[in-house]
Design a binder for this molecule. Structure first.
Ligand code: COD
Length: 305
């Protein structure tokens, strides 16, 4: 199992290089992450966007952008369409959001004829490394599905499990998060969802993962908290994946981990034909770099049976 981003980077280094297409690459942090990933020999890149602006952004970062493949595009929309087209034509193995908005990118990805749908529900997955936890912690969905219903939560969970197994080759422990660990069906619908999904896993309707919930975040990541509250679960205090109830809770968790918790962070859209590196424009170049590494790790490593 890969327990740190350094281990993820080590797993990616030296493997056959993949190519990442960047939609609207005229962004200084994105080019800085591209430069870090190229220097580490992780991937090749195709930069889609306004060539003059890409070169100017690069030079402000001390980066010679002309050494990369650049595909000229005259608008945000066109950059998204062309970058997706590169993936569809197998000229790129993954897609990355540049300066374009999340909504423009996601609408392009979801386009029925020209997008990157796979038949699955697409969702966002974040991965955090913090000194306060003994392994990487995966969390979904902070950026795509706004208020998932029960069935969508199951699909989000299954996407995350598939991704985790592709990276680690083992089955994850999944915690369904709410504000409390007791089921409160009238007032807190997400606790009811969590209990049903946990029971579905017990009955074999969800495979390749241990699933339990509802948990408050403290029960999921702290064995001491479980002991104090009398929670007896193999997942309590040792969760790999946290499934948050909706985009509001998940996005607050993501930003809090990153900005106040000092975590190293990576973020992707999963469930599409290829991994999509999707970070916020305000995220650091380190987050963008680690997200690239995570996308590459998922496409290199394969799950065990
Ligand atoms: N997976 C697969 N297909 C989907 C998904 C999904 N997650 N979401 C929508 N679709 C399909 C629908 O079935 C439909 O066929 C088509 O896409 C359009 O569906 P709409 O009309 O519901 O979707 P849109 O285009 O209005 O919006 C989709 C978004 C992903 C843009 C929307 O859900 C959204 O704005 N999400 C939040 C993005 C955001 O603000 N993030 C902020 C944090 S960075």
């Amino acid at each position: 199992m890969l327990n740190t981003f350094e281990e993820i980077l080590a797993a990616v280094r030296g493997k056959a290089k993949k190519t990442i297409a960047i939609a609207m690459a005229e962004d200084e942090d994105v080019l800085s992450a591209v430069s870090m990933a190229s220097a580490a020999g992780l991937a090749d890149f195709v930069l889609v966007g306004d060539k003059q602006q890409i070169i100017a952004c690069g030079s402000r970062q001390g980066i010679d952008a002309e050494k990369y493949d650049i595909v000229q595009s005259d608008s945000e929309q066109q950059s998204v369409v062309r970058a997706i087209q590169l993936v569809r034509e197998h000229l790129a193995d993954a897609l990355m959001k540049g300066k374009c908005t999340t909504a423009t990118l996601l609408k392009g990805v979801l386009h029925k004829e020209h997008g990157l749908r796979s038949g699955n529900l697409l969702c966002h997955l974040a991965v955090f490394e913090t000194v306060h936890y003994h392994k990487l912690i995966y969390m979904t969905d902070a950026a795509m599905n706004i208020a998932p219903d029960l069935q969508q939560k199951v699909m989000i969970l299954e996407n995350a499990v598939t991704f985790f197994r592709a990276i680690n080759g083992t089955d994850p422990k999944v915690a369904l998060i709410a504000a409390i660990e007791k089921v409160n069906p009238d007032a807190m619908l997400c606790t009811e969802h969590a209990a049903i999904i946990a029971q579905m896993a017990q009955r074999g309707q969800i495979r390749h993962a241990m699933v339990d919930g509802p948990f408050a975040v403290d029960n999921a990541v702290s064995a001491k908290s479980c002991a104090v509250k009398g929670i007896d679960s193999p997942i309590g205090g040792d969760a790999d994946i946290l499934v948050l109830p909706d985009i509001e809770a998940a996005n607050v968790f993501y930003k809090t981990m990153t900005y106040l918790g000092g975590s190293k962070t990576a973020g992707l859209i999963i469930g599409a034909q290829v991994p999509i590196v999707l970070t916020s424009r305000a995220d650091s170049d380190e987050t963008k770099f680690l997200s690239i590494a995570l996308a590459l790790a998922a496409s290199i490593r394969r799950p065990t049976a």
